[in-house]
Design a binder for this molecule. Structure first.
Ligand code: KG4
Ligand code: ZN
Length: 370
C-alpha cells in the first residue's frame, strides 16, 4: 500500500508518503518514502500558536508541501492507494485547510480518503518506525495531551491515566515563557537545563504515589514561578539560576513520570487478555509526542522500563513532533482494515482515543477523587 498523509492540526504543515503492509498476525512493516514538515515560525513573537495565523499559513504552504512530498517519494497521485488526513483533534481552521486539500486530491485523482486522529498518529508511530506489535503501554506527551493508554489493537485504546489540568508540553512552554526562554518552550527548557543543578530548587511531585495514575502539572508550574520569584526578590535571575530552575523542573517531571508510568504499567500488565497476547514477553513501554524528544525524559523512561524488566520503545526524534508520516501510517492501518471515508468527512476538534473515558480537565481545582 502507498499512502499520502497530510497534517495541519496545529502549527506544522506536513505531507508524507509512506508505503507498507500489515501481516495477517498484525505485524507492521512500513517505509517512509518522504516526510516533509514546515514548522511555522510566525507564532514565536506571540509566545504561542495563534490559530488564525496558523490556518492562513497552512493555506499558503500546503500545495507546495504536498508536491514536495510526492516528488521526494518519486510517485504520482495515481500511484496512491489512499490519502490520509488529520481530521482532529486540533485547531479547527487548520483542520479545515488540510481536509479541503485532501478532498481536492481525492476527487481530482479518484483516490480513497481516510480521516485520521492526530493522537492515533502519535500512538501508532512506533509501529511504523520499529515494527512494534500490539499490545503496549503508551505514554503520549504533547502540547495538548498527556495520557497513558493500553494499546491492544487498531482502535483499541484504554486510558489508564490523564492530566487533570495542564498537558506536559504546555507546562514546558509555560515554564519557558516565565523564564523568558521563548517559544516553543520544550527545547529551550531542555537546552537551558543542560548546565543546571537539578537538585537546587525544591519543587513538588504532584500526585506522586496516588491512584489512578493521573497527572497534574499546574501546581508544579506555580511552584516554579514562586521559587523563581523568591530568587528574583534577592537579585535579578542569573543564567545559572535559570539553568537550575529548568534542571530542577525536569527532575521533578522525571520523578513524576517514573512513578506514574510504573503504576500504569503494572495495571496494564495485569489486565485480562494481555498476558495471552504477550506470549511470555513483558509489556513494552512506548513514549510518543513532542515532549518525547526530551533526552532527560527518554533517559528516565529507559531506567523506569529497566526497573520493571521491560523495554522502552521511544518514537524516533524526527517523528516525536508533529509530522505527516504518522498520519500516513495510521491511514495505512485503517485502509488495511477496510476503513475509508466519503466526502462528508468533517473536522473533529475533539476526538479522544478512548471513547469511554471521561474528560478530567476542567473538573475544578480538586480534580477527580484519587
Ligand atoms: O506533538 P507536538 O509536536 O504537538 C502537539 O500535538 O501538541 O508537541 C509539541 C509540544 C510543545 O509543547 C513543545 O514545547 C514540546 O512538545 N516539546 C518538548 C521538546 N520538544 C518539543 N518538550 C520538552 N522537551 C523537548 N525537547
Ligand atoms: Zn502532536
Amino acid at each position: 500500500m502507498r499512502i499520502l498523509g497530510i497534517e495541519t492540526s496545529c502549527d506544522e504543515t506536513a505531507a508524507s508518503v509512506v508505503t507498507g503492509t500489515v501481516d495477517a498476525d498484525g505485524t507492521p512493516h512500513g517505509i517512509i518514502a518522504s516526510n516533509i514538515v514546515l514548522s511555522q515560525k510566525d507564532h514565536a513573537a506571540f509566545g504561542g500558536v495563534v490559530p488564525e495565523i496558523a490556518a492562513r499559513a497552512h493555506v499558503e504552504a500546503l500545495d507546495q508541501i504536498i508536491q514536495a512530498a510526492m516528488t521526494k517519494a518519486e510517485c504520482d497521485f495515481t500511484d496512491l492507494d489512499a490519502i490520509a488526513v488529520t481530521a482532529g483533534p486540533g485547531l479547527i481552521g487548520g483542520l479545515i485547510v488540510g481536509l479541503m486539500g485532501a478532498k481536492a486530491v481525492s476527487i481530482a485523482h479518484d483516490v480513497p480518503l481516510i480521516g485520521v486522529s492526530h493522537l492515533e498518529g502519535h500512538a501508532l508511530t512506533v509501529r511504523l518506525s520499529d515494527g512494534l506489535s500490539f499490545p503496549y503501554l503508551l505514554l503520549l506527551v504533547s502540547g495538548g495531551h498527556t495520557q497513558m493508554l493500553l494499546v491492544s489493537g487498531l482502535g483499541k485504546y484504554q486510558r489508564l491515566g490523564t492530566t487533570i489540568d495542564d498537558a506536559l508540553g504546555e507546562a514546558f512552554d509555560k515554564t519557558a515563557k516565565l523564564l523568558g526562554l521563548g517559544y516553543p518552550g520544550g527545547p529551550a527548557v531542555e537546552r537551558a537545563a543542560l548546565l543546571g543543578d537539578k537538585n537546587r530548587i525544591p519543587l513538588p511531585r504532584p500526585l506522586y504515589g496516588k491512584m489512578p495514575p493521573n497527572f497534574s502539572f499546574s501546581g508544579l508550574k506555580t511552584a516554579l514561578r514562586q521559587e523563581a520569584q523568591k530568587l528574583a526578590d534577592i537579585s535579578p535571575l542569573t543564567e545559572q539560576d535559570v539553568a537550575d530552575l529548568c534542571a530542577s523542573f525536569q527532575n521533578a517531571v522525571s520523578d513524576v513520570l517514573d512513578d506514574r508510568v510504573s503504576r500504569a504499567w503494572k495495571l496494564a500488565a495485569d489486565m485480562s487478555g494481555i498476558e495471552d497476547m504477550l506470549a511470555g514477553k513483558p509489556l513494552p513501554i512506548v513514549v510518543a509526542g513532542g515532549v518525547a524528544a526530551n533526552k532527560t525524559i527518554r533517559a528516565q523512561l529507559q531506567t523506569t522500563a529497566e526497573k520493571l524488566g521491560t523495554n522502552l520503545v521511544a518514537a524516533p526524534m524526527a517523528l516525536c513532533g508533529d509530522n505527516a508520516a504518522m498520519i500516513a501510517w495510521a491511514g495505512l492501518e485503517h485502509f488495511n482494515a477496510g476503513h475509508i471515508d466519503d466526502l462528508s468527512l468533517a473536522p473533529r476538534p475533539r476526538w479522544p482515543l478512548d471513547k469511554d473515558a471521561q474528560p478530567l480537565v476542567g473538573r475544578g481545582k480538586a480534580g477527580p477523587k484519587v
